[in-house]
Design a protein around this ligand. Sequence first.
Ligand code: SAH
Ligand code: SF4
Ligand code: F3S
Length: 431
Amino acid sequence: MPTYYIKTYGCQMNAHESEKLAGLLESGGYSAVSDMADADVIVFNTCCVRESAETHILGNLGIVKKLKEKRPSLKVAVCGCMTQANGAAERLKKRCPFLDIIIGTHNVYRLLDYLEYVKTGGKVVDITDDNGEVTEGIPVKRLNPSSALVNIMYGCDNFCSYCIVPYVRGRERSRAPSAVLNDVKSLVERGYKEIMLLGQNVNSYRSGDVDFAKLLDMLSDIDGEFWIKFMTSHPKDISESVVKIISEKPRLAHFIHLPVQSGSDRILGLMNRKYTKSDYLDKIDMIKRYLPDVSLSCDVMVGFPTETEEDFAETLDVVNRVGYSNLFSFIYSVRSGTPAADMEQVPLEIKKDRIDRLIKAQFEIASRLAKENLGKIYRVLCDGEENGKYVGKTQTDKKVLFVAENHPVGKFVDVKITETANSKLYGIEIR
Ligand code: SAH
Ligand code: SF4
Ligand code: F3S
């Protein structure tokens, strides 16, 4: 049997796309190997949201070049966001002439056909614009035994001025509600306990008269023991109707990832985010009113072009006021082809100093919030083991390490929180 190895970079959308690529390859008779050096086919599913991701990928392609020199029959494919950026495929072809296949984000499901073609010695570069269609029916090989990723939409129409995603993922297109419903039903029947709905901007899901609130309503009526989470929500689009439905339907998790990016109105304007700090804080108040036990997480960027100390102080203020259980903080990275690349850049030392201060502030907040969980009992979905303990997540997406008697992986267990260390929660199973 021929073998394959997929290396995945980037967000959960990409992680899920790799599950589909694995499903496709297995339907074509390939089997997975855990070491790249043993594979007949290596696929790099790439990300280009920040420069660091690209540097990392180019470094790893260097390793593949050596493997290919030793074993010329090895086939190497690069797909994902990095290939779709303007002119990137040509640059990649020049820099890495040993690559067999370069596919953009819109034709990735042709991989099996292309592998057949390159076996005869040819090479493939296939980058096209999106045609507005959604491809259904791709087999999926799921990597997590209890939590399943499900796309509800693709693409992004927001064009935040720093972000490459709309250029590489095309315009927003939503899957038909019946397709999503069938996927979720079948996953729940097969025993999946967590459904993570995916889209760059889930709140702009729309298909006919079904909007995101309606979709959540429909999905939460499916029978079975499971919970539904989703990401990512854009603060300008998350509506009261969505939050209300979450408060009414027990299967909808009380967890919302709501990236603010910056707390400064001037920077938010330059970012083209279409909300102000007070709009954002109003949304947070609305969410906390409906869902007093909600967990909030967030993405924040420091060092966006022209960001001053005062702008950064506004970001710190949002972080302090909201109290995120999880904060993903990034140093702004220039993406050529986006409007922010031509704005006045902030020196790297200043960016580094700001991110250090942000991480320190968040560390204290998360440690304080973690302590509030002491003595509480949570239903935890166990998805594996870590450092000699079981590990899982609560419905509010809090990670818990715990001790249990019977092997609980893939199951729900009730866990009492007995200890915290920084932002980490530790507990024991309660029966
Ligand atoms: N659709 C999601 C985000 C997708 S990208 C949203 O709107 O929130 C994930 C995160 O990467 C973003 O939230 C942002 O914080 C970060 N990011 C995007 N472009 C970036 C850039 N040029 N430099 C640094 N971080 C960036
Ligand atoms: Fe990028 Fe903005 Fe779209 Fe998110 S909403 S993917 S940050 S353009
Ligand atoms: Fe995701 Fe990176 Fe693409 S964050 S959508 S894999 S550019």
